[in-house]
Design a protein around this ligand. Sequence first.
Ligand code: UDX
Length: 438
Amino acid sequence: MTVIGTGYLGATHAACMAELGFEVLGVDTNAQRIEELSRGELPFHEPDLPDLLRKHVASGKLRFTTSIQEAAEFGDVHFIAVGTPQRAGENAADMQYVDAAIVSLAGAIRKDALIVGKSTVPVGSSRRLKGLIREVSHPSANIDFAWNPEFLREGFAVQDTLRPDRLVVGTDSTSADQKLRQVYADALSRKTPFISTDFETAELVKVAANAFLATKISFINAFSEVVEVVGGDIRTLADAIGHDARIGRRFLNAGVGFGGGCLPKDIRALQARVSELGLDHTMQFLNEVDEINLRRRERVVHLVTEELGVLSGKSIAILGSAFKPNSDDVRDSPALDIAAKLFNSGADVRIYDPKANKNAAIRFPRLTYCDSLQEVMEDADIGVLLTEWDEFRMMKPTDFNLKVRQKNIVDGRNVLNPQEWRDAGWRFSALGHRPETL
Ligand code: UDX
């Protein structure tokens, strides 16, 4: 099989398919990335993936190329895993990479083959792409087509791919469905639910899942806003409603909210697509979900300003720049956004992230990057925890008592124990807690 596009999704899918025993060819237009992957080097941080990549580059089961021609000759099943980023200046998804990959691949195939879309696309895309394939394919090619959305989480990408909680396949072809059941035989043998459906449902399953998760996060964060005024404890509130199995505790962690390469862009693209379909009001609530999420970032800036007064000349230690722990991804990261906002307000902003310093520095080179937690807290007027890495969850106030300029900490992810910090003489604030009076 081939995997076209070797970003997070594609590289993970390719390595995992090799692990399942398939001969896999990964394809990308980015020659540097292909060179790195061919040497067994992964250009991003993802637990377990480097080992799997090296193992199968060495075994010969996994190869990489920039040639779509080679892919067309090699593959029986082709997975499309290229990105669908937010279009510049718009909410809609940019489909140019998916279209280009499918057109060039389908045009080069001269045999029986199955093309399977995995990228997250606006509903209606698969049917359009199926038409495109028909238009460009050679008479000697017999191309089947299916849409098979991917639900992997960064940080758990290998686990989510090898042991998915469900498989969804949208197609109007029985043979495509059958072939994908063979591809996923390992998961099926473990009774993983396999949902065979039409193109539109398959496309919608993905965006509906991400919209629901984003809504859940903004839901609890809206209650944070209430608790910050009236008093109370957002963590206890989340625990208590989470015990109701119909609600569930997961994705109710209040804090600086969601970021990353998926949730923000997917809820925006869904709104844009649904408006295009003439349903202007249907997904309007997602606008609110987005706004609540972005307001959390402003709230941290406000909190820090309340604590420090004028920001100019103050040293702020930012703990975390990745959009979530166990990732070096800073795309739409709440942490980095807040750091930049504080910097723009005149503060001396120093950041430490266990893995994402390099990517953060590419995005915001003017911030100061530190190599350790101890270093970033040195002479800080305030510490602001924005990504809940274990290293930060485990830290103790006594680790820094003699280091900092002021004992003041803001917990933007609700992972520290307020009492522990207060008992050690620190001012402690968190999102979803009424601020202490000065
Ligand atoms: C998400 C979906 O989970 C995944 O199924 C889909 O395929 C791609 O998008 P990912 O972007 O890797 O995966 O991150 P996820 O773990 O979902 O977290 C998204 C954001 O929500 C992070 O910024 C995280 O910090 C935030 N979050 C998560 C919260 O703020 N509170 C929570 O309770 C959970």
